[in-house]
Design a protein around this ligand. Structure first.
Ligand code: NDP
Ligand code: 2IT
Length: 448
């Protein structure tokens, strides 16, 4: 723990005692509370109203059995989760993750960060997150459908368009959202905007698929421009090859960068000529194959087994877009040694605390996930608006609003950092700006 303020340290210690095994959750809380020290000193009403004790405790946690039958007729059981963290500024909102590493700690860290991220978007959304330890890799479409139907058969009673609106995350893309939506509609006999990331024919928003990766690049572009730099001519390394990574590649390329490396959980590819995002889309979305398959399309590229080495590929800008704690101190040292000048987080909490500290100490521009990857959930908010109005906007309309939102988030996070004496520290700026709005709403609503 790095928190010095006595009130914050006391709350953290109590939380750590009650949740000793939840290391990802505690890591996320530690970072936010450390940033809030000047806020707590400036706003004594927060301690008086037990604001921090309340904000670190989810409003509700649901855990449930998800039984399903595999293609061999064997019964399988997974565990399902939905953590409804905070509804002070709007209905719970946040993705569902299907990955073998999912546990309560992972879902709570994601739900906690979602509260502040959603606040930064400026849209009326509270924070939540859910998922399962189900692993879609290697499962047939029929197995994925039966799993999703079973998952929703329990989840449906806890969610709703004005209560809690889930979306995708790792392992949950258009296919899974379709199966989940179909089952919700069948059980409740209502066609409502209860999920976002839906297909375009049944209420999805244009540009939602692209939004997280695009938004990441819009935020990064603002940060670069404010420091006299740009994507133009920059060598870019993007980890992961899923939804966020693919569209980060497309937008970084459109802005003049060259994406020379990408990865999956097995290894990474390097192509000095630039990786075409359409090839990645084909490999990952159509074939659901490994990144190594890229060599079948571009034989001159290089494949290296093991994903963590990707940070040793010399680059100007690094965009971690795979998963939590994927960029550690060794990775950060390699980036700095090779002259990297900007790191912007597409994934949630991809950088370890010592990596963040090292990058900041070495004057690398650093964009924290809560701000830089907020474009996905912001566009989910735009999908909710369209569903409520029973209208759909054009791609350019949605993309234009997304650009405006990301510009605002950059301006607000930079301004909050400066206002609290930490100019340039966007980690602190994002935590403070996201927190203040939620805290004001909680204070206004009494002790609930
Ligand atoms: P996808 O499932 O589409 O892609 C995930 C990618 O990350 C895959 O390439 C996957 O490789 C890789 N990956 C996952 N787990 C690991 C691991 N343990 N080690 C190494 N690589 C791993 O997910 P998304 O692109 O949607 O999500 C990526 C990140 O972005 C997550 O942190 C998510 O929380 C965050 N995010 C997503 C948003 C969205 O709108 N989708 C919005 C904001 C944040 P493999 O196929 O081998 O597993
Ligand atoms: O982490 C995230 O912000 C997401 N996975 C997107 C959540 C959403 O509701 O669109």
């Amino acid at each position: 723990m790095s928190i010095k303020n006595a009130y914050l340290a006391g709350v953290y210690e109590g939380l750590a005692k009650r949740n000793a095994e939840q290391k990802e959750f505690l890591q996320a809380v530690d970072e936010v509370l450390e940033s809030l020290e000047p806020v707590i000193e400036a706003r004594p009403e927060l301690e008086k109203n037990g604001l921090i004790e309340r904000i670190v405790e989810p409003e509700r946690v649901v855990m449930f059995r998800v039984p399903w039958v595999d293609d061999n007729g064997k019964v399988q059981v997974n565990r399902g989760y939905r953590v409804q963290f905070n509804s002070a500024i709007g209905p719970y909102k946040g993705g569902l993750r299907f990955h073998s590493s999912v546990n309560l700690s992972v879902i709570k860290f994601l739900g906690f960060e979602q509260v502040f991220k959603n606040s930064l978007t400026g849209l009326p959304m509270g924070g939540g997150k859910g998922g399962s330890d189900f692993d879609p890799h290697g499962k047939s479409d029929a197995e994925v459908m039966r799993f999703c139907q079973s998952f929703m058969t329990e989840l449906y009673r806890h969610i709703g368009p004005d209560c809690d609106v889930p979306a995708g995350d790792i392992g949950v893309g258009g296919r899974e959202i379709g199966y989940l939506f179909g089952q919700y509609k069948r059980i409740t006999n209502s066609f409502v905007g209860v999920l976002t990331g839906k297909g375009i024919p049944y209420g999805g928003s244009l540009a939602r698929t692209e939004a997280t990766g695009y938004g990441l690049c819009y935020y990064t572009d603002e940060m670069l421009k404010a420091n006299g730099k740009s994507f133009d001519g920059a060598k870019v390394v993007v980890s992961g090859s899923g939804n966020v990574a693919t569209y980060a590649n497309q937008k970084a390329t459109q802005l003049g960068g060259k994406v020379i490396a990408m990865s999956d959980s097995n290894g990474y590819i390097v192509d000095e000529n630039g990786i075409d995002y359409k090839v990645i889309k084909e490999i990952k979305e159509v074939k659901r194959a490994r990144i190594k398959t890229y060599l079948d399309y571009v034989p001159s590229a290089k494949y290296v087994e093991g994903s963590s080495g990707i940070w040793t590929v010399p680059c100007d800008i690094a965009l971690p877009c795979a998963t939590q704690n994927e960029l550690d101190l060794d990775g950060a040292k390699a980036l700095v040694a090779n002259g990297c000048y900007a790191v912007a987080e597409g994934a949630n909490m991809p950088s370890t605390p010592d990596a963040v500290a090292y990058l900041q100490a070495n004057k690398v521009l650093f964009a924290p996930a809560k701000a830089s990857n907020a474009g996905g959930v912001a566009t989910s908010g735009l999908e909710m608006s369209q569903n409520s109005q029973r209208l759909s906007w054009t791609f350019d309309e949605v993309d234009g609003k997304l650009q405006g939102i990301m510009k605002n988030i950059y301006a607000n996070t930079a301004a909050a950092a400066e206002a609290y004496g930490m100019k340039g520290n966007l980690v602190a700026g994002a935590n403070i700006a996201g927190f203040n709005k939620v805290a004001d709403a909680m204070l206004a609503q009494g002790i609930v």
